[in-house]
Each structure stands twice: as structure tokens, then as C-alpha cells.
Design a protein around this ligand. Structure first.
Ligand code: HEC
Length: 153
């Protein structure tokens, strides 16, 4: 549960920052978490595209994909307050009924992004092989969380 509590503190700090910039937007954790996951999807598209050779690899782009994943893994867990289980969301009820299991999945995800960020260093992984070694494990964490904690449509 420590992860969730830390994530909530981060979320609060981030929330205070955003409040000044977008004062008129009503707080909507569902919109926020979906937008964060959407950025995760985009980063997976960039990183996966480079891994498959569909997008030319550059260390800067590798770093961007990893940094997006890292930021998402630290913020995503903050946007599941009680009561946000209904509405236009694919979050499964298991997130609230099995909060500990969800925290474990978040933990795996952030552990993978922490290793990737460490390997990324200042300028991004030097070559495609180094990027694959760093980014592959991050992509390996999507499925098990989605299987249990995201509605299967
Ligand atoms: C800790 C759990 C967890 C992990 C890890 C995770 N996701 Fe998700 N993801 C979710 C949940 C929950 C939703 C549904 C959010 C909602 O609709 O409120 C979601 C939704 C999404 C969406 C749809 C966003 C939208 O616009 O509605 C995409 C795309 C996505 N995830 C991609 C990924 C990818 C790619 C990875 C791996 C790099 C990943 N996710 C890792 C839990 C996770």
C-alpha cells in the first residue's frame, strides 16, 4: 500500500500545480487516468515501432518513450479515488475490491520503468539493442494488469 500512498502524495502535488494552470477544469480522475494511459499507449507505439524497425531508432526517441512510461507509472495510481468506479471508464471493479493486487501491478510497472530510466541515462539508450533490453520489460507489464484490472470489452 506504500506505493499507492506515495502515488497519492505525488498526485496531490501535481494536482496543486495543474490547478493554477487550468483553474476552470473540474477535477475528473477518470479523464485524467485515461489520458495518462493514452500517453502510455502512444509511448508503447513509439517504442514498439522502433523495436520492430518500423520507426528509425534514435537515443532521443528512446529516451522520450521511457520518460513517458516512467512518469505514467508514478502518476497513474493516484487517479482511482473511491466512487470513480462508475462512469465512462474501463477500470474494472477489482481495482477497488483488490486494491492490494492492483498496487502490486503498479509496483511491477514502476519497477520496470525505474530500471529502464536508469538504463536510459542522460541521452537515452545508445543503440537499439540497449533500448530493447530496457523497454521490453516495461511492455511486459501491460498485459497482466489489463487482464485483471481493466474491463474486457
Ligand atoms: C497497473 C495497471 C496497468 C498497467 C501496468 C498498464 N495499464 Fe493500461 N490501463 C489500465 C486501466 C485500469 C485502464 C482503464 C482506465 C479507465 O478507463 O479508467 C487502462 C487503459 C489503457 C488504455 C486505454 C486508454 C484510454 O484512452 O481509455 C491504453 C491504450 C493502455 N491502457 C495501454 C497500456 C500499455 C501499452 C501498458 C504497458 C506499457 C499499460 N497500459 C499498462 C491499467 C494498466
Amino acid at each position: 500500500m506504500r506505493i499507492i500512498r506515495n502515488a497519492m502524495t505525488l498526485g496531490l502535488v501535481a494536482g496543486l500545480g495543474f490547478a493554477g494552470a487550468v483553474a476552470q477544469a473540474a477535477a475528473d480522475p477518470i479523464l485524467t487516468r485515461k489520458a495518462i494511459m493514452s500517453s502510455v499507449g502512444a509511448a508503447a507505439g513509439l517504442g514498439g515501432g522502433m523495436m520492430k524497425g518500423e520507426i528509425a531508432y534514435t537515443p532521443a526517441a528512446g529516451k522520450a518513450a521511457i520518460a513517458t512510461m516512467r512518469a505514467a507509472s508514478l502518476s497513474f495510481g493516484s487517479f482511482f479515488p473511491a466512487g470513480s468506479d462508475t462512469g465512462d471508464s474501463d477500470a474494472a471493479a477489482t481495482i477497488w475490491s483488490d486494491a492490494e493486487g492492483f498496487a502490486t501491478e503498479l509496483d511491477k510497472y514502476s519497477a520496470a520503468t525505474a530500471s529502464a530510466a536508469a538504463a536510459s541515462g542522460k541521452s537515452g539508450p545508445a543503440d537499439l539493442d540497449a533500448f530493447k533490453a530496457a523497454f521490453g520489460p516495461v511492455l511486459g507489464t501491460c498485459k497482466s494488469c489489463h487482464e485483471t484490472y481493466r474491463k474486457q470489452n
